[in-house]
Design a protein around this ligand. Structure first.
Ligand code: GDP
Length: 204
């Protein structure tokens, strides 16, 4: 059954701003949630599933928008912030340094940031490049929650071990939440649960 959170998330989301440099960041005026993940972790698919808009996050991959933080406004109540995927070997190094500097600044200064969601491909779990990002989030003292993506792509029997292993890895990270969300944009698993988490945070 559709919940209030489901109705809220599917009620309209639009691209609002892009920021390639700190000076381009919009003035903070609504709560924000940021989505971070390795290239190919399933971030675009998850943002699309979350908002029920099949082409929303493709906006982030249009030329000129792939190397910046993209802000999507959800019903004038909050922003979903899409960060370029990290770990893509072919991305131009100077551009990567540019948006990563912006992200670092954003994470360290953004007072309206409610929570970071770090997307981890369930087929791989947390690997080296993810660790680097988690360390950056720890340094920025920004609370973050892990969202395992593509849960449909692993055997259900392998999930408990993955959750245990991920939990052990997170113990080394002071800014990480213990609760891990399990999602699949393909089957819809966990999408309502993720909406409920964000919706709940908006009320606080
Ligand atoms: P991004 O680079 O993080 O934005 O990742 P995309 O959303 O573009 O997805 C990368 C690849 O993973 C694509 O081939 C998607 O079809 C696939 N993918 C994304 N989400 C899922 C999922 O929930 N299940 C499965 N099996 N594949 C997925």
């Amino acid at each position: 059954m559709a919940t209030r959170a489901d109705a809220f998330f599917t009620g309209g989301c639009v691209f609002a701003y892009g920021a390639a440099q700190p000076a381009m960041l919009p003035l903070p005026h609504l709560p924000e949630f940021v989505f971070i993940g390795r290239s190919n972790a399933g971030k675009s698919s998850l943002l699309n599933a979350l908002t029920g808009q099949s082409r929303l996050a493709h906006v982030s991959s249009t030329p000129g928008r792939t190397q910046q933080l993209n802000f999507f406004r959800l019903q004038d109540r909050c922003y979903l912030v899409d960060v370029p995927g990290y770990g893509y070997a072919k991305a131009p190094k100077n551009k990567v340094a540019g948006w990563q500097g912006t992200l670092k600044h954003y994470l360290r200064t953004r007072t309206v940031l409610k929570r970071c969601f770090v997307l981890i491909d369930a087929r791989h779990g947390i690997i080296g490049t993810d660790e680097t990002m988690l360390e950056e989030l720890d340094r920025a003292a920004q609370l973050y929650q892990i969202v395992l993506t593509k849960s449909d792509a692993i055997a259900a029997a392998d999930l408990p071990a993955l959750l245990v292993q991920t939990g052990v890895q997170l113990k080394r990270h002071p800014a990480a939440f213990e609760d891990i969300l399990v999602t699949s944009s393909q089957t819809g698993q966990g999408i309502s649960a993720l909406r409920s988490v964000l919706f709940g945070l908006l009320k606080n």
